[in-house]
Write a protein that binds this ligand. Structure first.
Ligand SMILES: Cc1cc2nc3c(=O)[nH]c(=O)nc-3n(C[C@H](O)[C@H](O)[C@H](O)COP(=O)(O)O)c2cc1C
Length: 325
């Protein structure tokens, strides 16, 4: 693990439907040390589902990637971990096991954060995957299942460590909280005290200053950013500078935001089959709050090709120019 979290690192989180090749490429360019794929179904891979396999495609210039898998059957998880390692070779930085997703369709099958309710099964999964591959194996978890069942992350993380996990990532909300309330960073500090493997802190980092605060308050070995990077790859440049005690780069101008959105669209349309649908969401994040954004929203929702996005971006640039004049 020394190679992976030997120095403090900045990570782009797995986000279903969001952490695609384009977002990963742009965040890496801005200073993220490693980006994760969105969660990939072990069962989907085992059916050789092409749509699932496509999620493992590398971004341009992406030399290493973290791959996150989800599921609940130790044998399937292990055999698909082997397949992923064979497919990606040295590009596979680590395999992360999703034990944090609270979505009903995931939890109802016993996957994601449901595994926090069954630590014995979680242990069997980690042991099986760890025995099957040679890359580092990590676990992404929540504070616990629910307020009622209480915070289990520290003891759960210890069990994951004993099962062979090389690092754990902690999002300080209960699964039943979904994204409500605030992420409790004290949980990350308590997990850090409970284990000797690296701990990745996650939850509510929306600025470079917040990344520094999380590192200082929790002692975590890396920070992982999810929503803060939506329409905002610059957060990695800001966090990198802030963590190094350097002046933080200025927030991007309206023109820079539109141009980044344009690049995102181009990258996505080159690499994804359902790029336009995905891009609508990204584009709205990039332009949110800009003059003309409200009108652009409706138009973005109808874009179905790169040229459509370019037309909306051109109109927005005009509006921004006129606003500035
Ligand atoms: C749209 C979206 C999709 C997500 N998909 C995943 C996923 O595939 N796997 C996972 O472990 N977490 C997923 N998450 C959770 C994030 O990785 C992260 O733990 C959570 O958003 C808290 O971090 P943040 O406050 O920086 O957003 C997702 C979050 C969002 C907003």
């Amino acid at each position: 693990m020394e190679g992976l979290f030997g120095r403090f690192q900045l990570l782009l989180a797995p986000m279903a439907g969001v952490s695609d090749v384009a977002l990963r490429a742009l965040c890496l360019e801005q200073g993220a040390d490693l980006a994760y794929t969105e969660m990939v179904s072990a069962k989907g891979l085992s059916y050789a589902n092409e749509k699932t396999r496509h999620l493992l495609a590398l971004a341009p210039g992406e030399e290493r990637v973290g791959v996150q898998i989800f599921g609940h059957d130790p044998d399937t998880m292990a055999s698909q971990a082997v397949w992923i390692e064979a497919s990606l070779g040295d590009a596979l930085a680590c395999l992360d096991i999703n034990m944090g997703c609270p979505a009903r369709k995931i939890v109802s099958k016993g996957d994601g954060s449901a595994l926090m309710k069954d630590p014995d099964l979680a242990v069997r999964i980690v042991s099986a995957v760890k025995a099957a591959v040679s890359c580092p194996v990590t676990v992404k978890m929540r504070r616990g299942w629910s307020e009622e069942t209480g915070e289990s992350a520290p003891s759960f993380a210890r069990r994951m460590e004993q099962a062979g996990a090389d690092a754990v990532c902690v999002h300080g909300r209960f699964a039943t909280q979904l994204y409500r309330g605030v992420a409790l960073w004290e949980t990350i500090a308590r997990v850090k005290d409970a284990v000797s493997i690296p701990v990745i802190g996650n939850g509510d980092i929306a600025s470079g200053a917040a990344a520094v605060r999380m590192r200082d308050e929790t002692g975590c070995d890396a920070v992982m950013i999810a929503r803060g990077a939506q329409g905002n790859p610059w957060i990695f440049a800001q966090a990198k500078a802030a963590l190094a005690g350097m002046p933080v780069p200025e927030t991007p101008s309206a023109v820079e935001r539109i141009e980044m959105a344009r690049r995102h669209a181009r990258l996505l349309c080159t690499h994804e089959s359902r790029a336009a649908v995905r891009m609508r969401k990204h584009a709205m994040w990039y332009v949110s709050g800009l003059p003309g954004a409200a009108t652009a929203r409706g138009k973005l929702n109808q874009c179905s090709a790169l040229e459509d996005f370019d037309r909306v971006f051109d109109a927005l640039l005009d509006k921004v120019d006129r606003h500035a004049a």
